[in-house]
Ligand binder design. Structure first.
Ligand SMILES: NC(=O)C1=CN([C@@H]2O[C@H](COP(=O)(O)OP(=O)(O)OC[C@H]3O[C@@H](n4cnc5c(N)ncnc54)[C@H](OP(=O)(O)O)[C@@H]3O)[C@@H](O)[C@H]2O)C=CC1
Ligand SMILES: O=C(O)CCC(=O)C(=O)O
Ligand SMILES: [Mg+2]
Length: 455
């Protein structure tokens, strides 16, 4: 029987932050959420890898004191609530935590606990690096060219969860508001009135469909995108690119269609680049201005000189073509700054290029308060729950990101060495084994053993 309340481990101490710098003791207490579905299998394997990496790197001088906190099905079973306040408080108090995936029902039921946690702790960056490990099976010809870092805005966009169900009073009130205040826009809501709905129904009856009573059934979602939300995300992405000597930051948006949300994100993104990083970046907006003033050749020469001087190129790309070009021309993408939904799609799509969601890590981070919750990109994969089967790589590598975030680079490096060795040995979980020639399929727990051996 699991614990029903949080037990603070003895002998551990809190990670704190002072003047923007994390203070990590040698015995930090780190809250963890096991997760739903495959979460427990993965966590059991991953925690052994993380502990082994720390032991290998520091020979007992440092040790993580793990503290289980509850969320999702386990919390609901034990405590009758999906996301206890104590869990959120623990992640807040202890600053750095790690979690497994949590289930979100589709089309009704509770809202995403994952999203709730990100919003409650204001973890505005969802950082998802996408890199290839030598030997990992990939559907693309040159996976070694895939080396991107996604900065996904984590607190706004349609993920704010402001949605009203079709037929509800709230949806009707919003429709009435739009009709009263912007009749032209209201007209574009295809089935926004009973007359329009009935008109379509009549047309259907004209081709033999049975008669039925149709009403106004329009669900409405709201997509907030703010200047400050954009500023802090894009600022983080560019600062990261400069610090890590990356070549470019691509602002990915669908601003041709959603002009005042995604389009504004693009425009503000360039503004942030020039306002905060003017001497360290060269933007496509600068290129446009020089072209208008002095011609294309001058603009090209200016860009070439700026990049030769080590400036980071700030460019933008519309989301649909981006999804093609990350496949066909991956080396043209480096750091990506994007909105919440685009980032969700892009991170799963890109993971496929480097071996799949089984090794796609992530971190949700507030670089100002220091709060961070590390978690895999994938979900609960419920059909594999309790089979000790799936790849623990995503949580292991999320832990690697966490260790690096804490400044425990030697332990993080040990994990990378272990992953490299395990993959090179071709003893891998089912997801890799089914695509890798000459591989032996092993269990989730056995893969953890291979990683530990390879450190
Ligand atoms: N941050 C979070 O906690 C997230 C939670 N979710 C939630 O998870 C639930 C299930 O979502 P679903 O859309 O099925 O997506 P999942 O990511 O859970 O699974 C989709 C598929 O991805 C592959 N996969 C996932 N995890 C692994 C792994 N560790 N190793 C190898 N392969 C893996 C499997 O593919 P195959 O069958 O081909 O082997 C699996 O069937 C939903 O409730 C969703 O809301 C989703 C995403 C993130
Ligand atoms: O919260 C969920 O259930 C899904 C979240 C998700 O897809 C993601 O974080 O990438
Ligand atoms: Mg996702």
């Amino acid at each position: 029987m699991a614990e029903t309340s949080i037990k603070v481990p003895e002998g551990g101490a809190k990670i704190t932050i002072q003047n923007g710098r994390l203070n990590v003791p040698d015995n930090p207490i780190i809250p963890f959420i096991e997760g739903d579905g495959t979460g427990p299998d993965i966590w059991r394997a991953s925690v052994r890898v993380l502990d082994a990496a720390v032991a290998k790197a520091y020979g007992g001088k440092r040790q993580i004191h793990w503290m289980e906190v509850f969320a999702g099905e386990k919390a609901n079973n034990l405590l009758g609530t999906w996301l206890p306040d104590a869990t959120v408080d623990a992640c807040r108090d202890y600053l750095v935590s790690i979690k497994g995936p949590l289930t979100t029902p589709v089309g009704g039921g509770i809202r995403s606990l994952n999203v709730a946690l990100r919003q409650m702790l204001d973890l505005f960056v969802c950082l998802r690096p996408v890199r290839w490990f030598k030997g990992v099976p990939s559907p693309v010809r040159m996976p070694e060219k895939v080396d991107m870092v996604i900065f996904r805005e984590n607190t706004e966009d349609i993920y704010a969860g402001i949605e009203y169900a079709a037929g509800s009073d709230a949806a009707q009130k919003l429709l009435d508001f739009i009709q009263a205040n912007d009749p032209k826009a209201f007209d574009k809501i295809r089935f926004g009135t009973k007359a329009k709905a009935e008109g379509w129904q009549k047309a259907l009856e004209g081709i033999g469909s049975p008669a039925r009573d149709v009403g106004v059934n329009v669900g409405i979602g709201i997509k907030p995108v703010s200047y400050l939300g954009t500023e802090r995300l894009v600022h983080s992405a560019i600062a990261y690119a400069i610090q890590n000597k990356r070549k470019s930051v691509t602002i990915v948006h669908k601003g041709n269609i959603m002009k005042y949300t995604e389009g504004a994100f693009r425009n503000w993104g360039y503004e942030v680049a020039e306002k905060f990083f003017g001497d360290k970046v060269y933007t496509w907006e600068q290129w446009e201005r020089t072209k208008a003033a002095d011609g294309e050749a001058a603009a090209n020469a200016e860009q070439k000189a700026a990049l030769a001087a080590g400036k980071v190129l700030i460019k933008d790309s519309i989301a649909d073509i981006t999804l093609q070009q990350v496949l066909t021309r991956p080396d043209e993408f480096d750091v990506i700054a994007t909105l919440n939904l685009n980032g969700d799609y892009l991170s799963d799509a890109l993971a496929a290029q480097v071996g799949g969601i089984g090794i796609a890590p992530g971190g949700n981070i507030n670089g100002v308060t220091g709060h961070a919750v590390f978690e895999a990109t994938h979900g609960t994969a419920p059909k594999y729950a309790n089979l000790d089967k799936v790849n623990p790589g995503s949580v292991v590598l999320s832990g690697e990101m966490m260790l690096r975030y804490m400044g425990w680079t030697e332990a993080a490096d040990a994990i990378i060495r272990g992953m490299d060795a395990a993959i090179a040995g071709k003893r891998v979980t089912y997801d890799f084994a089914r695509l890798m020639e000459g591989a032996t399929e092993i269990k989730c727990s056995e893969f953890a053993d291979e990683v530990i051996k390879g450190m």
